[in-house]
Design a protein around this ligand. Structure first.
Ligand code: NDP
Length: 486
């Protein structure tokens, strides 16, 4: 039985009052271990350690020295690949094949990419005239923002957490991480990697616990944290923004979505089906960038629905260690309750259930898991909650459209704007429509193709700010202008 502790000031420590909560395996409902829950005292210890580390060896290192350490962190994750893989699969239940190709390699890459970026990023300088004719020069230097509070979700635990920790550390900040209470394992294991990579104590800290009235809230209420980067639900983002307002702390928010996919009659149907099967059902639908609303041109509607149904029914439901499985459980029974409430709502609202809609029959050993069927609906009204609210499950609604302007209007009608996909072989149309979609990321004839140098983030209620490439620098550094009169 595992005991999962906080990682504070370079050491693993339990909670002062000994309070713990259970980490449950969503594959079979069995107990993985007991996780220590941080109170205000542990959060304060982590924040103080992070602040002190800013003024220790970490704060004095050159960019090259920091980059070398972060490369060792990435190599350390790779060296312990199977341990990270097992930990991520235990917490999330996701197929091993998925975590092997996405979560763990990307978790390592996030350290290398940002370390290398920092080594090569140019500065700015301006010469200016002065009334006495001698002139002045201005140049800008980047300084770390300070202690960064990192609050991350459970769907891609290592990947999304390191997406923040990588650039934060590359820029010279220190961090206090609060992973989701559902997925504490990989953030904790990363503490061991940090130790062996030579990251000084206090630079990377992890406190475990829940959100409201627990570690998450205590962290955002702590006055010594300089900025917060958060990925999670829009409602939680609002709470974090409110807490960060005290002391005028900056926030970077990557929030929820209800992403649209538009499929034009001039698409390559094979590509559109293959991409949509991934965007709707990968990671059991628990990807913020996934597609839950599809708009398909009427002339190909029936064929598209039939082929997506066949693809969904071909998914192989099973546990992470089954090499044939490409469809795992949801993260928890609690989340399944939420997703199933939308499955019921769809029926109440008059949907046609094309496939799925319930809980699959699993063998006895797995019957305690959070299994659910991939589900497709048609026939819902545009204002059904199933079509307007984020479900975060393996499901999508498909609706026909008749014209390009109608498809754009349908895609843009919700207050979210994280991502969109569009499928068309007409180059002119692809560019024209992509430009009009209100989303931070638009994929044309693809999905989840990510270059870590590009801007990532949501528009409207899907977030504030952009991370990725040089855009991460805007959040993780202060740009200071130095003006020198000559
Ligand atoms: P939540 O918003 O519920 O939780 C995210 C994190 O915030 C967790 O660590 C949670 O802790 C913590 N938290 C909850 N309440 C508070 C609070 N009051 N103060 C401080 N911290 C708090 O999101 P989920 O974990 O359910 O993740 C799914 C959501 O994340 C979806 O909406 C999805 O769209 C979004 N997401 C967005 C992405 C993007 O890039 N835009 C990417 C991936 C996911 P705990 O879990 O312990 O309660």
């Amino acid at each position: 039985m595992k005991e999962i502790k906080h990682f504070i000031n370079g050491a693993f420590v339990g909670s002062v009052n000994g309070r713990t909560f259970e980490d449950i395996n969503p594959v079979n409902g069995q107990l993985i271990g007991h996780v220590h829950e941080a109170g205000r005292a542990e959060v304060d210890a982590a924040v103080q350690a992070a602040r002190a580390a800013l003024h220790g060896p970490w704060g004095k290192m050159s960019v090259d020295e920091r980059a070398a350490i972060l490369h060792r962190v990435a190599d350390g994750i790779t060296a312990r690949f199977d341990e990270f893989l097992d930990a991520e699969c235990l917490d999330t239940g996701k197929p091993g094949s998925l975590a092997r190709h996405i979560d763990i390699p990307r978790g390592a890459a996030n350290f290398k990419v940002f370390a290398d970026l920092l080594k090569n990023v140019p500065g700015e300088a301006f010469e200016m005239g002065t009334p006495d004719g001698s002139g002045a020069i201005n140049y800008a230097v980047r300084r770390p923002k300070g202690v960064i509070g990192v609050i991350s979700p459970w769907n891609l635990p290592l990947l999304l957490m390191t997406w923040k920790v990588g650039p934060a550390l590359a820029c010279g900040n220190t961090v206090v991480v609060k992973p989701s209470e559902e997925t504490p394992l990989t953030a904790t294991l990363l503490g061991e990697v940090m130790q062996t990579a030579g990251v000084p104590p206090g630079v990377y800290n992890v406190v475990h616990g829940f959100g409201g009235d627990s570690a998450g809230a205590f962290l955002t209420e702590h006055p010594d944290v300089d900025a917060f980067t958060f990925t999670g639900e829009t409602g939680t983002g609002e709470l974090i923004m409110r807490a960060a307002a005290k002391g005028v702390r900056q926030v970077s928010l990557e929030l929820g979505g209800k992403n649209a996919g538009i499929v034009f009659a001039d698409c390559d149907m094979d590509k559109a089906i293959e991409g949509t099967l991934r965007s709707a059902f990968a990671n059991c639908g628990q990807v913020c960038l996934g597609t839950e609303r599809l708009y398909v041109e009427r002339s190909i509607f029936d064929e598209f629905v039939a082929r997506l149904k066949a693809g969904a029914e071909n998914l192989v439901i099973g546990p992470p260690n089954d090499p044939a499985s490409n469809f795992g459980p949801l993260v928890s029974l609690k989340h399944r309750e939420k997703v199933l409430s939308y499955y019921q709502q769809a029926i109440d609202d008059g949907a046609t259930v094309v496939t799925g809609g319930g809980v699959p029959q699993m063998p006895d050993a797995l019957s305690g898991g959070a299994w659910i069927q991939p589900t497709i609906w048609t026939g819902l009204a545009d204002d059904s909650a199933v079509v307007t609210e984020e479900i975060f499950g393996p499901c999508c609604h498909i609706r026909p459209f008749d014209s390009e302007p109608e498809a754009i209007a349908l895609a843009n009608r919700l207050p979210y704007g994280l991502s969109a996909t569009l499928w068309s072989e007409n180059v002119g149309r692809a560019h024209r429509v992509a430009a009009q979609l209100e989303a931070g990321i638009v994929w044309v004839n693809s999905w989840f193709l990510r270059d870590l140098r590009t801007a990532f983030g949501g528009s409207k209620q899907s977030g504030i700010g952009r991370e990725g490439g040089v855009h991460s620098l805007e959040f993780y550094t202060e740009l200071k202008n130095i003006c020198v009169k000559l």
